[in-house]
Design a protein around this ligand. Sequence first.
Ligand SMILES: N[C@@H](CCC(=O)N[C@@H](CS)C(=O)NCC(=O)O)C(=O)O
Ligand SMILES: *[C@@H]1O[C@H](CO)[C@@H](O)[C@H](O)[C@H]1NC(C)=O
Ligand SMILES: *[C@@H]1O[C@H](CO)[C@@H](O)[C@H](O)[C@H]1NC(C)=O
Length: 382
Amino acid sequence: MPTLATSSSLLLTRRLLAARTFPTSSAAAAAGYSTTVKMARSALDEVTDTGAFDRSPSTFRSSVSSDASARFPAVPGRYHLYVSYACPWASRCLAFLKLKGLDHAIGVTAVKPIFERTKETDDHLGWIFPATADEEPGAEPDPFNGAKSVRELYEIASTNYAGKPTVPVLWDKQLKTVVNNESSEIIRMLNTEFNDIAGNPGLDLYPVHLRASIDEINELVYDAINNGVYKCGFAKKQGPYDEAVTRLYEALDKCEQILGKQRYICGNQLTEADIRLFVTLIRFDEFLSSTSSKIGEVCTTSLMHVYAVHFKCNKKLLREHPNLFNYTKDIYQIPGISSTVNMEHIRKHYYGSHPSINPYRIIPVGPNIDYNAPNDRERFGS
Ligand SMILES: N[C@@H](CCC(=O)N[C@@H](CS)C(=O)NCC(=O)O)C(=O)O
Ligand SMILES: *[C@@H]1O[C@H](CO)[C@@H](O)[C@H](O)[C@H]1NC(C)=O
Ligand SMILES: *[C@@H]1O[C@H](CO)[C@@H](O)[C@H](O)[C@H]1NC(C)=O
C-alpha cells in the first residue's frame, strides 16, 4: 500500500526534521501568539507516548458552497487541485473530479513523485513542482503562483505556516489561499456543491438513503485500512503494531465477505465508500511485493524496522482476496478512474524518496497487475 510507502518517505523527513521548532512570524506575534510553536512535520512526529501512530487533523477546513454569496462560491475556473499521484488521499479527490465531470471547471496540477529539498535555507524534504512540463511525465510546474513546492503554497496562504505541507490542496486562485486540505471534506464538496457546473450532476456518491451504511463502512475502512496501514508502518512498539495489523486483516476479510454478496461495498450502487477503499487497495500489492523483493537491501540499514513492519503487513496480498481483487479491477475500469492511477509516480515515490533505504533509487519491477482484466462483477447487477 502506497500509504505504507509514503510513510517511509516521511520517516526520512522525520529524521531530518526531528524536534525542529518554528518561531512564530511577526504576523503571528502581532496576533498575540508569542511562544514558539512546534508542529508535527511528518508522520513519525505523530506517534504518541504509547507508541501508536496518531494522525494530526487538517487545519484548512473551509468549504466551497453552491451558494453564490458564500466566501468560496462554486464557480468554474476559480479553484485548483494540487495533488501527488503517489498519495491515496489526493487520488480520491481526483477520482471525484473525474466521476462528477468537473475536469473543465477545476484544474489539476501534480507534483513530482520524489521528495526534494523545499528550500535552500533548511533541510525540509517535501513535494516539489518540476521546473518545466517535460521534466517529469505527469507532473507540471505550478501554473498560478510559480511556487517551487507545496510548502510555498501553504506559505502564501498563511504567513505563519508551520505545519506539514500535505497534498491534496484545494486552492482558491482568486483569494490565493488554501480552501481545504482534508480530502474527506473535499470529496463531499465535489459531490454536492458543484452540481450546477458538473458534467455528471446526477451522480450522488453520498446519497441520503445510504448514508448510515456509508458512514459505518467509512469508519471501519479509514481506521483499519486507509489509516491502518500507516498505523502498522509507524508503530514504534509491538502492542500498537499487533493491534493495527490484526485490525487491518480483519477489516480486509470483512470487506472480502461483503463483496462476495454484492457488487459494491454498500450495496449494488457505487458510493464514496468504494472510492475511499479503492485508493488503498490499488496500491496494496504494488507496495508489498516490491518491498519483499527489496528486503535484503532494506535490512542493511538502520531504517529496517519500518520496512520489516511493512513487510509484516504481507500476511496476504490483495490478489489472495478474490472478491476484493476483482472489485478493485471493477472500480479501476469505471471511465475516468484509471487516469487517476499513475503507477510510475507511486513506485518512484516509494523507491526514490528514501536514499538511505534505497541508495541507488532502483525501482523494483513490481507485479504489473492488469487491472483492466475481466472481473465478473457485473453478475451482481447494476
Ligand atoms: N488527512 C489528509 C492527509 C493528507 C496527507 O497525509 N498527504 C501526504 C501524502 S499521502 C502528504 O502530503 N505528506 C507530506 C509530507 O509528509 O511531507 C487528507 O486526507 O487529505
Ligand atoms: C493542512 O494544513 C495545516 C495548516 O497549515 C497543516 O498544519 C497540516 O499539517 C496540513 N495537512 C494536514 C493533513 O492537516
Ligand atoms: C474474478 O474474475 C474472473 C474473471 O472474470 C472470474 O473468472 C472469477 O470467477 C472471479 N472471481 C470471483 C471470486 O468472483
